[in-house]
Design a protein around this ligand. Structure first.
Ligand code: ADP
Ligand code: MG
Length: 156
């Protein structure tokens, strides 16, 4: 829990100047996601994790607008695939997390979009797509790792 995360793969780096550009990047990413995909989002409060997830969900055909859940840890949506928006902000231990059924979502045929993913780092599979959002002068810097390199280039 809360240990620093090292990202082994070289990232492809994007910059977005506003929330609409972050949503659009999420929408483009969605077309590369297959059943069982796990996308882990990292970044401080307000960095844009939920904003990008809105775009991914929209790109997956979810009609409802994804919101930041205040108490719920897992919200399910249905697009062309089941979409699980998982926010681990309030999770305090791996034991608590396992009680939510988190690991069964990881093994499902839906797409898991996980905020504060560092809180579940040891449970994430090797093929997890990792997205780190940070504040930049121009808006946000968004680093994507773990997606096939050629596909990531296509997102540009
Ligand atoms: P998080 O889920 O990481 O806490 P949110 O997505 O809920 O963050 O909030 C991000 C906030 O920053 C929103 O109010 C959004 O409008 C604003 N914002 C400004 N610029 C950007 C950008 N380039 N990308 C994403 N959000 C941005
Ligand atoms: Mg959020």
């Amino acid at each position: 829990m809360n240990r620093s995360i090292t990202f082994p793969l070289k990232p492809v780096v994007f910059e977005t100047t506003d929330d609409r550009a972050t949503i659009a990047l999420g929408e483009r990413l969605a077309k590369f996601l297959k059943p069982g995909a796990i996308v882990a989002f990292y970044g401080d409060l307000g960095a844009g994790k939920t904003t990008m997830i809105k775009g991914v969900a929209r790109g997956l055909g979810v009609k409802e607008t994804v919101k930041s859940p205040s108490f719920v840890i897992i919200t399910e949506y249905l697009g062309r695939l089941p979409v699980y928006h998982i926010d681990l902000y309030r999770i305090r231990s791996i034991e608590e997390l396992l009680h939510t059924g988190f690991d069964s979502y990881l093994r499902s045929d839906g797409v898991c979009l996980i905020e504060w993913a560092e809180r579940a780092e040891e449970l994430l599979p090797v093929n997890t797509i990792r997205i780190k959002l940070t504040f930049a002068d121009s808006g946000r810097q968004i680093e994507i790792r773990g997606l096939d390199y050629r596909l990531t280039e296509e997102l540009k």
